[in-house]
Design a protein around this ligand. Structure first.
Ligand SMILES: *[C@@H]1O[C@H](CO)[C@@H](O)[C@H](O)[C@H]1NC(C)=O
Ligand SMILES: *[C@@H]1O[C@H](CO)[C@@H](O)[C@H](O)[C@H]1NC(C)=O
Ligand SMILES: *[C@@H]1O[C@H](CO)[C@@H](O)[C@H](O)[C@H]1NC(C)=O
Ligand SMILES: *[C@@H]1O[C@H](CO)[C@@H](O)[C@H](O)[C@H]1NC(C)=O
Length: 465
């Protein structure tokens, strides 16, 4: 079965290649027509290719010279990858919202635009509630292709020999979209190396990959607490969002009060899902211009900010368990290397959710702006670094690579979505990868504390507050 699948992928790639060859001069503009003008604002519903546009031309493209170890002696000795699942169907809750909007447009919209006519006469509502966030075929490809690219970027670590000898470990959240992503990642490697005589396990571990469900303090104070998102609610009732809703109503020629913030969100999702899943520039996208899309993006960023990131301290602290897990693997590899032993775990591939990655990125200090995102500073936040469209598309990944540069010189290179990044606050080492001991020193307080049990209990002991 996996072999047949690979052949289909290969065939598919051949078709694309042939196509682009025949229409060489047109291929870029033709591709661009398929991309909605607002695709770069889809937040956590965004396509991975929007973050790395060179992949649109060649989905297996890798540029090894982005990795610049300070000396030619440096060797990769360990890699941990924390990866979001691939492209998926909408969840039941969002399908319901989409259905409501579709019914309204179908029965009440009276605009005369071609795209509206297309929605009303040709487009069919094919999303069903039982899709429930499952991984789609594009999501399978997301992970297969990522696996192949990472094996090209780190050939000495993600290698057939290391896979065969059990030095690559797979850990996943229990959600079907994550398990299927993990299986797809493994299939990307086994098909690449044509491995048919061996299978590779994965461990399901929700304590690590869905820590947010297990952190009582987070669940009570944020996740199940409606007042935790007041800034989001206020923004959705505010002038910027009102204007977006009115413009949608104008385009459809329906009364203003029929387009709620939920309806606007559903329209945005429809455009985003049609693109992510089917790579089509759907007529639904015509309900937004770029200014509208920026407002929708901000509403999503605001939600992620308060629910998973800097909004509340517990959001990032809920990831303490994953933070320690990552550093204990790095420590183990570092200690084995330093004492002249073989590194027993070369690679760990961990598959989870946007909600897994964002708290960890926040704990590490990434994408922290000077001002908090709130309901009244939309304009002032135009140049914010906190942009989930850039950080968390489908298959988003944080990769930490430990290098041995000889003479006990261990260095750590972080990459986000396959691009080198620098640990915030370790900026003076921008040109080169920081020494691992400097990274440990930088995060000393977290390494000594950040205790999941303690942070996540509802009432902390006074001496630990
Ligand atoms: C590869 O990355 C290097 C360093 O960032 C850059 O100078 C070079 O232009 C890139 N090559 C390609 C083909 O993109
Ligand atoms: C994902 O896994 C389930 C079984 O858990 C299977 O039924 C489904 O077809 C898989 N989906 C994809 C896209 O591989
Ligand atoms: C939002 O943040 C700005 C600073 O960027 C501050 O001046 C303003 O009072 C805040 N608004 C609310 C509602 O907290
Ligand atoms: C954002 O950056 C642009 C370009 O650097 C600048 O012109 C603009 O004033 C900035 N906006 C804000 C609100 O800081």
């Amino acid at each position: 079965m996996p072999i047949i699948l690979w052949k289909i992928v290969a065939l598919h790639l051949t078709t694309i290649t042939t196509f682009s060859y025949c229409f060489r001069n047109d291929v870029t503009s033709d591709d661009n027509l398929q991309i909605p003008a607002i695709a770069k604002y889809f937040s956590t519903k965004g396509r991975y290719e929007e973050v790395n546009p060179y992949l649109i031309e060649d989905i297996l493209a890798v540029n090894r010279s982005i990795l610049q170890p300070p000396s030619a002696q440096c060797r990769e000795i360990h890699l941990t990858a924390i990866i979001r699942h691939g492209t998926r169907y909408p969840t039941t809750k969002n399908v319901k919202k989409m259905l409501k909007l579709y019914d309204l447009v179908k029965t009440s919209a009276s605009g005369k635009q071609n795209w509206l006519h297309e929605i009303q006469t040709q487009w069919t509502m094919w999303y069903t509630e039982d899709m429930d966030g499952r991984l789609v075929q594009k999501g399978v490809s997301d992970h297969k292709h990522l696996a192949v690219r990472l094996s090209k970027l780190f050939p000495s670590l993600i290698s057939e020999q290391k896979l065969r000898s059990g030095l690559i470990q797979f850990i996943t959240s229990s959600k079907h979209r994550c398990i299927n992503s993990t299986i797809s990642f493994k299939a990307g490697l086994t098909e690449l190396w044509d491995i048919k005589d061996q299978e590779f396990d994965h461990a399901v571990n929700d304590a690590l990959m869905r820590f947010f469900d297990k952190c009582t303090r987070f669940v009570q104070e944020v996740d199940n607490n409606p007042s935790a998102l007041t800034e989001v609610d206020k923004f959705k009732q505010g002038p910027e969002m009102k204007r977006v809703q009115e413009k949608i109503a104008d385009r459809l020629r329906v009364p203003y009060n029929t387009i709620t913030d939920d309806m606007a969100e559903a329209a945005f999702y429809l455009c985003a899902y049609e693109f992510a899943i089917k790579t089509v520039n759907s007529p639904w996208c015509q309900l937004f211009d770029e200014v509208d899309a920026q407002v929708m993006e901000y509403a999503n960023d605001l939600k992620q900010f308060w629910k998973r990131a800097y909004g509340y301290d517990i959001n990032s602290k809920s990831s303490c368990i994953l933070f320690h897990d990552v550093f204990s693997r790095l420590d183990k590899a570092a200690n084995e290397k330093t004492s002249g032993q073989q590194v027993t775990e070369a690679v760990t591939v961990q598959v989870g959710h946007a909600e897994t990655l964002l708290p960890l990125l926040t704990l590490l200090g990434f994408f922290k702006d000077t001002q908090a995102l709130n309901s009244t500073n939309y304009a002032a936040q135009t140049n914010r670094t906190f942009r989930t469209s850039h950080m968390l598309p489908y298959a988003a990944n944080l990769i930490l690579v430990l290098y041995d540069c000889g003479g006990g010189d261990l260095r750590l290179q972080p990459l986000l979505n396959e691009k080198p990044v620098t640990f915030p606050g370790l900026g003076d080492q921008q040109a080169s990868m920081p020494l691992y001991q400097n990274v440990r020193e930088h995060y000393r307080e977290l390494l000594q504390g950040c205790d999941f049990e303690n942070e996540c209990q509802l009432f902390k002991h006074p001496e630990e507050v």
